[in-house]
Design a protein around this ligand. Structure first.
Ligand SMILES: Nc1nc2c(ncn2[C@@H]2O[C@H](COP(=O)(O)OP(=O)(O)OP(=O)(O)O)[C@@H](O)[C@H]2O)c(=O)[nH]1
Ligand SMILES: [Zn+2]
Length: 345
């Protein structure tokens, strides 16, 4: 079956990035799914399973974030013995990173080349403000446009009121309330996965991501977990992420139900997710104000006069602390590697 890759966002700038790799046994494709060492790739002549080529392995050994992931545009090489390998990952325009473990501060890429990252949070039981803020920082950090999707709108008597309330913690981010069960808001969401565009879904396990993917794809392509609606707690079911084609449009990318999403170097994402705090901070007397006990701190004043919620500031402080700890850890790691190299040479 032949596929028009422009539906998935293949454009002039990707053609240029591909040019240096162009040869008779090479083709371009987009990774639908990445498993350990093997990727499912959609090219213009259909779906292929491809293993990782030497160059890709070499780069990934230095930085695991360079391993191909769902959403990546890659260069495929077709060998005479019918094997297919991924020879290169074309430069990513956007990517969602997550810290893999506490010991080792490297990142794992969850998704690449999405135009929009939807933070998916159920309306029922009550949306978790702190989680939304954290995921929005991650979404901003990705370089894509963030969107906030409140799922299971059918389970709340007042979804519009809740959406309006939550918009306050998502400055500059469109909020869409959806119900897959009632097919409410799904069309609005579809616009973000239109021709040439990719929408990634980011949210906790059980938030309703797979259900949304299925609604957008028009067929059940992702397993949906059976959970007790009483407590809304989901079990962890989606262990892999998939890029799924949206009929007549682009693609939607499901990320695994995330428990502990670490933030990696998200000072910029934090500043954008908390644009209200950032704006206030610009008015503090001291450029390096920490908004703690400094005089003429515009942030503290805003809390005092009620225009900034104390919870919001506490949330911002918590994330800032995390980023500081993380960047200290990264510096230590880099210093450690440098020392190691010195000793060896
Ligand atoms: N009432 C209601 N329930 C929904 C809706 N969307 C999803 N659910 C239910 O919520 C549960 C979790 O949905 P999933 O789509 O599996 O959630 P997920 O975010 O993909 O979870 P992981 O796969 O663990 O990441 C399932 O029992 C769904 O039936 C909705 O619009 N309304
Ligand atoms: Zn201040």
């Amino acid at each position: 079956m032949s596929h028009d890759l422009s539906q998935l966002g293949w454009d002039e700038s990707l053609v240029s990035a591909y040019r240096p790799y162009d040869r008779s046994d090479a083709t371009a494709g987009r990774v639908l799914r990445a498993d350990r060492g093997v990727c499912t790739v959609l090219g213009s002549d259909g779906v292929t399973r491809a293993s990782l080529g030497g160059n890709v392995l070499l780069k990934a050994a230095k930085d695991p974030a360079l391993l191909p992931c769902a959403g990546d545009w890659v260069v495929l090489r077709h060998w005479p013995d019918r094997r297919t390998t991924i020879e290169a990952v074309l430069p990513r325009r956007t990517c969602l990173l997550r810290r893999t473990s506490d010991k080792d501060s490297t990142g794992q890429v969850l998704a690449a080349n999405m135009d929009t990252v939807a933070v998916v949070e159920p309306i029922h039981p009550e949306p978790d403000d702190a989680r939304i803020e954290r995921l929005l920082a991650l979404a901003w950090e990705s370089g894509a446009r963030p969107l906030l999707v409140l799922t299971k709108a059918d389970m709340s008597p007042t979804p519009e009121a809740i959406s309006r309330q939550i918009a306050a913690i998502a400055p500059g981010v469109p909020v869409v309330a959806v119900s897959a069960r009632l097919a409410l808001g799904v069309e609005q969401l579809r616009a973000y996965a239109g021709k040439g565009r990719t929408l990634a879904l980011l949210g906790r396990s059980g938030a309703g991501k797979s259900t949304l993917v299925n609604a957008l794809a028009g067929t059940p392509v992702m397993p949906v977990q059976q959970i007790r609606d009483v407590d809304g707690k989901g079990r962890h079911t989606t262990a892999y992420r998939n890029l799924v084609l949206v009929p007549g449009g682009g693609a939607v990318l499901d990320t695994p139900g995330i428990r502990g999403v670490g933030l990696l170097d998200t000072a910029d994402g934090l500043a954008r997710a908390f644009a209200d705090v950032t704006e206030l901070a610009a008015r503090c007397r001291f450029d390096d104000c920490r908004h703690e006990t400094e005089p003429a701190c515009a942030v503290a004043l805003a809390v005092a006069d009620g225009s900034l919620a104390p919870r919001r500031l506490a949330s911002w402080r918590k994330l800032r602390h995390e980023i500081e700890v993380e960047s200290a850890r990264q510096s230590a790691r880099l210093a450690g590697t440098a020392g190691h190299r010195r000793r060896r040479s």
